[in-house]
Design a protein around this ligand. Structure first.
Ligand code: GTP
Ligand code: MG
Length: 472
């Protein structure tokens, strides 16, 4: 072996080792932004990017150590890894929230999956990383998707019969019973053993879809499946979407080949295999950290059933993510979620002195799963936050009493309002404890901002909890 060849080989090995070292020092975090439709995922991602890319300072984010210690150098959106997924349209979301002219508006509801990678460049303060490279980069990968699609994850573990056992009884309970009569009647008339009648199945599926869409709009119920009936994406009109739940008692063991029942089962199985599973496998695995956004206040507005169902669904959904502490090598190749943040979002809809109640209420809603997860070594925190504060606090003195009000422009109204929001309960109430007139929390339009800055509540706490230890 010649000397120059040996030298070259040594150089290349050294180069590779250095690259590998830098790769492991430049960390990657895949953040699962989890939440039902309308929980605020898109607003959260937009706010996160805005605060990190153009409002990154210790005044704005005082509880985020990397900001407080003046170690943040700059954050930028960089090309994502997945080339087959559209990029999160940050500019569109920001132009809605901070328009150069006209009234600000919330970003539109998400219709398809999209992704984004942020590179956070910072000064390392200590340890191995600080020793080798004083400047490090944390790559943060995030996906955004229609919340309705998340609802399908529990179907992964179900057969058509099990799905019917879960869905069918709900149809005759409050509040679904108000709108399920037509659908229930149409399945009564369907002969399940008769040879398949494609048109009849399509008509009933449309009736089921109309009911689901109405329920989503009027009740904000969480357990509405299949999710693609609410947000079909590319599947509008596809036969595998044309199924619906039937009475589980009518599902016999001897399914007649070619019958209506056989086709319903086939479509359910195809939906799970061709839609839910690939979505799950491609996008819902290998996360490092998770934020679960919950719109507790809207659920409270809807009533006991909606809040209870939301709690059930969130607990059920969490079982589809992989958790647990993982060592260095496992983390490099097949990470698990080791930290979860449960965020009671939109806390700007209530006065600051009730934020604690809201966080405690969410804590009681997710108690079942969080107990399991804590046992498995996962770190869990619950807080009340607001990605984009749409109100400001105002104290009003009325008959000698100081009231903690909020001031903002209620959604879809012209007048600005100073308003005293009700106090949320600090735990899940029993049905008998529910106030006779229910709860009424208002929703607000985003605030105009002449200086093109977004305001937040505790987004810096969120960043510190989810990313702080990765930015040391
Ligand atoms: N006041 C307030 N309202 C918020 C906040 N975040 C979201 N909202 C409201 O909640 C609505 C839904 O927020 P999105 O971010 O679109 O929710 P999403 O989870 O992305 O919903 P899908 O795309 O349908 O899954 C917005 O249109 C706002 O009305 C917030 O931080 N504060
Ligand atoms: Mg969205």
């Amino acid at each position: 072996m010649s000397q120059s060849f040996a030298k070259k080989t040594f150089k290349s090995v050294k180069g590779k080792a250095q690259k590998a070292l830098h790769r492991s020092l430049d960390q990657h975090v895949k953040l699962a932004v989890t939440g039902l439709s309308g929980s605020g995922k898109t607003a959260f991602i937009s706010a996160l990017v805005k605060h990190l890319t153009s409002q990154a300072n210790d005044n704005n984010l005082p509880f985020f150590d990397v900001m407080r210690e003046h170690r943040h150098i700059a954050t930028k959106i960089v090309p994502q890894e997945a080339l087959n997924v559209p990029t999160f349209d940050y500019n569109r979301a920001i132009s809605a929230l901070l328009p150069s002219e006209g009234d600000p508006a919330w970003p539109a509801s998400t219709e398809r999956i999209n992704t984004l990678r942020l590179a956070i460049k910072y000064q390392s303060n200590a340890g191995l990383r600080g020793h080798f490279s004083p400047q490090s980069t944390l790559y943060l990968d995030i996906i955004d998707y229609p919340g309705e699609w998340l609802l399908d994850l529990p179907m992964l573990a179900q057969s058509f019969e099990q799905w019917c056992e879960q869905q069918y009884p709900l149809l005759s309970q409050t509040p679904r019973d108000q709108s399920s009569a037509e659908f229930l009647q149409s399945i009564e008339l369907l002969d399940l053993d008769a040879p398949v009648d494609e048109n009849a199945l399509a008509d009933i599926a449309r009736c089921y879809q109309t009911m689901l869409v109405g329920l989503k709009k009027d009740t904000k119920l969480a357990m509405l499946q299949p999710g693609r009936m609410l947000m079909p994406g590319d599947l509008q009109g596809a036969p595998l979407l044309l199924f619906f739940p039937i009475s589980p008692e009518k599902i016999s063991d001897d399914v007649v080949a070619g019958s209506n029942l056989a086709h319903l089962i086939k479509r359910f199985d195809a939906y799970v295999k061709e839609v839910v599973k690939p979505f799950y496998n491609e996008h819902f695995r290998h996360f490092d950290r998770q934020i679960v956004l919950v719109d507790v206040l809207s659920a409270l507005n809807e009533g006991y059933e909606t809040l209870a169902e939301q709690s059930r669904v969130i607990n059920q959904l969490l079982s589809h993510f992989s958790y647990g502490d993982s060592g260095f090598f496992k983390r490099l190749f097949k990470p698990n979620i080791d930290k979860i943040l449960f965020a009671a979002n939109k806390s700007d809809h209530i006065s600051a002195k009730h934020h604690k109640d809201l966080a405690l209420l969410l804590d009681s809603l997710v108690k079942e799963q969080s107990n399991h997860l804590k046992f498995d070594g996962v770190k869990i925190e619950t807080l009340a936050m607001s990605s984009i504060a749409a109100t400001v606090s105002r104290q009003v003195v009325d008959k000698g009493q100081t009231l903690d009000c909020i001031y903002g422009k209620p959604l879809n109204e012209q007048q600005w309002l100073t308003y005293l929001p009700p106090q949320p309960p600090s735990r899940m109430l029993k049905k008998s404890e529910w106030p006779a007139h229910g709860f009424e929390f208002l929703s607000f339009a985003p605030m105009p901002s002449p200086d093109q800055q977004l305001k937040h509540i505790r987004l810096d706490h969120v960043m510190q909890y989810l990313l702080g230890d990765k930015l040391t």
